[in-house]
Design a protein around this ligand. Structure first.
Ligand code: JCQ
Length: 239
């Protein structure tokens, strides 16, 4: 997989080259290119934004600069991803789909956003996703790109030391992950739940599922309606 990011703050993407993702790059599991949008500006001031038609606060990113940048960076197998508060939700399912892509290009918007014609023009040649990582407004898309790249790349074979954990992720079965514990058995007078030390794996699995269900009901009741058919069985409903 190749990932390219276009941004006016390339240094913001330096963390992509650290830790797990950095090792994935060194091992050739992914290629990452980060590009400064201003390399495609045409004027002495290297302007990337201008006042919005129709008035209103803030500035809008210029179409010409983005058009030239995306012409240079995108290819025949590219999926263009534009992080924006106005996007469709980025979920584990979207992360799974991105992990199967050959080439992802992330366009990092700032100010009030990118001239819509940039997205409309790109959509003539490639799949374009306007995606939100949450219901809040950031200053730019760069932090959202770090989130989405990490969520997708960790799913690639060979990236995680322990691949099983990618399948057993929260959201893999639609429920939140329950609590986890490790040594010592008692810490600050708090004990590890007895069942986890019982060695009875049927009981442990049941307890973990009950904890996941209880946590999902309490923290994310919205997820319960999305569970795939048959996720909950009669034992679950007894919780
Ligand atoms: C493309 O236009 C804009 C405009 C404003 C901010 C941003 C950065 O993205 C976010 O703020 C965001 C992404 N998911 N949740 C919030 C992009």
């Amino acid at each position: 997989m190749r990932i390219d990011v276009v941004t006016i703050f390339p240094e913001y993407l330096d963390p992509l080259r650290a830790a797990l993702l950095g090792r994935a790059i060194e091992r050739g599991l992914i290629e990452v290119g980060v590009h400064d949008l201003r390399d495609w500006t045409h004027d002495v001031h290297r302007a990337v934004d201008d006042a919005p038609y129709g008035g209103g606060p803030g500035m809008v990113m210029k179409p010409q600069v983005w058009g030239d940048a995306l012409d240079a960076v995108c290819g025949p197998d590219t999926r263009l991803v534009v992080p924006t508060p106005a996007g469709r939700p980025f979920t584990q399912e979207v992360a799974q789909s991105y992990a199967r892509e050959q080439h992802l290009v992330f366009a990092c918007g700032r100010y009030e956003g990118i001239d819509q014609r940039v997205i409309d023009d790109a959509a003539r040649r490639m799949p374009v996703d306007e995606v939100s990582i949450g219901d809040y407004v950031l200053v730019g898309g760069e932090a959202a790109v770090l989130v989405m790249v990490e969520a997708a790349v960790r799913l690639l074979p060979g990236v995680l030391g322990n691949p099983v954990s990618a399948e057993q992720d929260s959201f893999s079965d639609g429920l939140l992950e329950g609590p986890s514990y490790t040594r010592p058995e008692v810490w600050r007078e708090l004990s590890v739940p007895e069942v986890l030390r019982s060695g009875n794996h049927a009981l442990i699995d049941r307890w973990r599922r009950d904890q996941a269900l209880e946590r999902t009901v309490l923290r994310r009741p919205d997820l319960l309606g999305l569970l795939p058919e048959g996720t909950l069985d009669e034992r679950d409903l007894a919780v």
